[in-house]
Design a binder for this molecule. Structure first.
Ligand code: SAM
Length: 266
């Protein structure tokens, strides 16, 4: 491990409090809709494909809440690497929390059963380096779960081409997250490397010894969230999306703002 180049915050070492709401918060925070359905589908795949017994999990850009199912977390040793000191300090579920850059941080080969990189690759200038690090750190047959925005969707295009202050405004005023943009709080600056596009990501993975075993593009959870919180604003956005869908090639749905993909190391 590259520990000399990083600071370790061994927060919450060892004992995981399984009654802590932090374990399920990520799922609970998702309003009912396609994104939540897909995350539940991801949980099923993980339960089916993971080996029995203790698991070693690497959450890359882990932040402070996990997207793993509780029963998997309960039998896992979780290592989080995050570049943000506040995110590392706020982490409640990791057995080991490391301040580091997932693009450069190297673990010993074949250390982990699963790597999770959820809502992170859009923030990385060098997605190739991160993916190759993840692959190398995985055991043979191990899986990478990636959750990311679809750059070709309405929300993807707006996020990619709007300034960071607009993202903060959206989080505060539309999502109602008053702490948005404060140190250690989302939204984080985005980069949108070309590999964030799902088809390119899958092609890169296939060329580097990984196969896709789950993929689903979903309506961004921001839509059901907006419909609940800001119905008028949501109606305007939905109308705009419907117009775009009508003029774009058949089958396009610009609302599909996010995806989940699971890659398995061959
Ligand atoms: C949008 S948050 C997602 C956090 C968590 N995975 C989740 O979905 O709740 C993005 C996270 O990636 C982290 N991050 C961004 N660039 C990073 C890098 N180069 N190395 C490690 N972590 C990074 C940020 O600090 C932040 O915690």
């Amino acid at each position: 491990m590259n520990k000399s180049a990083t600071i370790d915050f061994a927060t919450a070492t060892g004992a995981q409090d399984l009654t802590s709401p932090a374990h399920t918060q990520a799922l609970l925070d998702l309003v009912a809709g396609e994104a939540r359905d897909s995350l539940l589908g991801v949980h099923e795949v993980l339960r089916r494909e993971l080996p029995q017994g203790r698991l070693a999990i690497y959450e890359a850009g882990g932040g402070s809440s996990s997207f793993l199912p509780m029963d998997v977390l309960g039998r896992s040793h979780v290592t989080v690497v995050d570049i943000d000191e506040d995110q590392v300090r706020n982490n409640t579920y990791a057995d080991e929390a490391i301040l580091g850059d997932v693009q450069t941080y190297r673990f010993a080969p074949e250390t982990f059963d699963v790597v999770i990189c959820y809502n992170v690759i859009e923030h990385l200038p060098d997605v190739e380096a991160a993916l190759l690090n993840f692959r190398d750190a995985l055991k043979r047959g191990g899986m990478i779960l990636i959750g990311a925005p679809n750059p070709r969707s309405l929300s993807g295009v707006v996020t990619k081409y709007s300034p960071h202050w607009f993202h903060v405004w959206f989080y505060r005023n539309i999502r109602g997250i008053k702490t948005a943009g404060l140190p250690g709080e989302a939204p984080f600056p985005t980069f949108f490397h070309p590999l964030v596009t799902l088809s390119k990501l899958e092609a890169f993975a296939a060329a580097h010894g990984m196969e896709t075993i789950y993929r689903r593009e979903v309506e961004s959870p921001r839509y059901p969230e907006m419909r609940q919180r800001k119905p008028l604003f949501a109606a305007l956005v939905d109308a705009g999306a419907a117009v775009m869908n009508a003029v774009l090639p058949r089958g396009t749905d610009v609302r599909r703002g996010d995806y989940h993909v699971i890659l398995r190391k061959r």
